[in-house]
Design a protein around this ligand. Sequence first.
Ligand code: BGC
Length: 720
Amino acid sequence: MVKNYEEKIKDLLDKMTVEEKAGQLRQCGPSLVGAFEVSFEELLNMMFDGRISQEEFGRLMSTAKQDFREEDLRAGRIGSYNGIKDARTVNRLQKIAVEETRLGIPLLFGYDVIHGYRTIYPIPLAESCAWEPDLWERTGRMAAREATAAGVHMTFAPMVDVAKDARWGRVSEGAGEDTYVNCCYGESKVKGFQGDDLTKEDAMAACVKHFAGYGAGEAGRDYNRVDMSMQRFYEEYLPPYKACIDAGARAIMPAFNDLWGVPCSVNPWLLMDVLRKDWGFDGLTVSDSNAIAECVDHGIAKDRSDAAVQAIYAGMDLDMSSDVYHENLVQLVHEGKVPVDVLDRAVADVLRLKFELGLFDHPYKTSAEREAQTLLTKENRSLAREAAVKSMVLLKNEGHILPLTPGTKIGVVGSLAKERAEMLGAWAIGAEGEDCVSLVDALEERKQPFEYFENVQDALDFDGVIIAAVGERKDMSGEAASRACIELPKDQEEILKALAGAGKTVVAVLLNGRPLAMPWTAQNIPAILEAWHPGVEGGNAIADILFGDENPGGHLTVTFPGASGQCPMYYAHINTGRPGGRGKFTSKYLDAPIEPVYPFGYGLSYTEFEYGDLKVTPSGDSLEICVTVRNAGKRTGSTVIQCYFRDLVAKRVRPVKQLADFAKVTLEPGEYVQVAFSLEYSRLGYYDMAMNYVLEDGDFEIFVGQNSQDCLSETVTLTF
Ligand code: BGC
């Protein structure tokens, strides 16, 4: 329940100078200063483009200290910080804000808590493969407990950018290619992060990102333009952000990209009309890092002052890191270019969130003691392990190689089996690599005899089963990490080829942050476990599955293409007038199949599930869908029952399948269960050419199955 603070906000605004108001709209990170004259970002660039060596970079960094711009803080010129990672510093700065500034307005501390704060759980793409909203919420809660203990008030998460193009590095940070899965994932995270009362010490505001359509950047290249039909935008890309706002998210981050030529950071249609007028959002908008300034590079603002004018009018409240507001707003107000009420609207949003978080009453929501007791506890690790187990997807298990039977002679190859920090994946900035349990650590811990081979050549004479840990290093996905070719990196595939060439029995454990195009591996390696970047308990979770203590139950939330050139490849495509097939003039490639290697929704188990008795019954305003699922194998296991629909004939061509709902069940051997879905008719509509959401009478095919290809189906005729 959000309280009304408008009177208090107004009282405060009446007391504030224009300088203080502009200060509230400024979010700074601590800047690094040291024996270098350029900014830290420039220093990093210098290392990347070879102007300085890695050693020189390291030497200069060892002289670096954090600068918190305390003089500005005392003068009321800073309203928020980003990226500060300890309770002591947070409280020290908060004390300056509360006791030494004229009005004592508390600071707001933001941080990228993307998949855990210190106890890192699997990357979001991985966790989405658990298809378990309750788990998503519980890990979100755990992240909030840890992060708030370290002083964080707001996380820049969840990311709900629907991502259909596996080349995009940030596919790792969201819940995959499907709109509905992203909606459910986003809602659960918002609930988990925020809890039931934002004033509580362990509640953290969720800043949903990146609004909007960031995952649809052309050619999968990060930050690239986004341009699509308005219908598609509303049907496929907008719903997850809306779902998060409806779930109560109190902040949102406009995306870096432009939409139809207007960067989201200065897009009044997006930030005012859609977000505030249509959706009734009255929370905070936070720019992406330096994004307001980058409007000059986009070529939409002639200079930084122009960018400030455009952004504030568009409804951008908090300026993250660019200092464009800080440098320009006061003067712009004095010159009459920005009216005070335009400034006040933005400042009110910042103050509102500070009130909602209870910061005016309790500015110090944590202490160093609480921080020390809360991070990386046994309980948190155990949840991270559960999440990692549930995120992993068994892609192949020829001849039931897995689970490995006791006494199997085991060899391990691949540096990813050893390098702890590589388990973390993208955006684990509050963590340490040493927090992680690698696969090798886990085997040692279990007292499992095994031989580790540094060099694959040394493994070629080994006569047991070889576990090959291969994939992408963690900096190969995440921000600014798009890949044009999403094959397994050469050196990694060579490991598998050498082993297969020598006739070894190989289990490939994949550690990666995106779907990979790996047709050779899929064909030639008999057992493949997709472990993603699994977080601090990754090694234990992999071992739990390999040795059968746990039965894998994850299902893909992204399609695995067979070649990079097929990207974007996703299950909810349209048919075209010439559906892909063997004929010459069909929609296909000459040099790659039209089918994916692993489809959306796919995932194996150590047991088998049988689906039967699909019944679809129209009833009132919904379709009641019922299916019987039976565990036909010999082990207890979980599966994800997926329900899809297709509108067979419509005035705009419709996807061949759209996910409507899902349910996860755990069944004992021989056990069966009836699973029911209630699909409201309102979900079956689409946007017509005039952008009206319409429900059209006609035939609908309903599918239920364990992946998007292997389904039972029934067609019903509906009149609305
Ligand atoms: C990313 C955001 C992130 C922000 C703050 C940006 O570069 O795009 O997702 O929240 O940095 O660290």
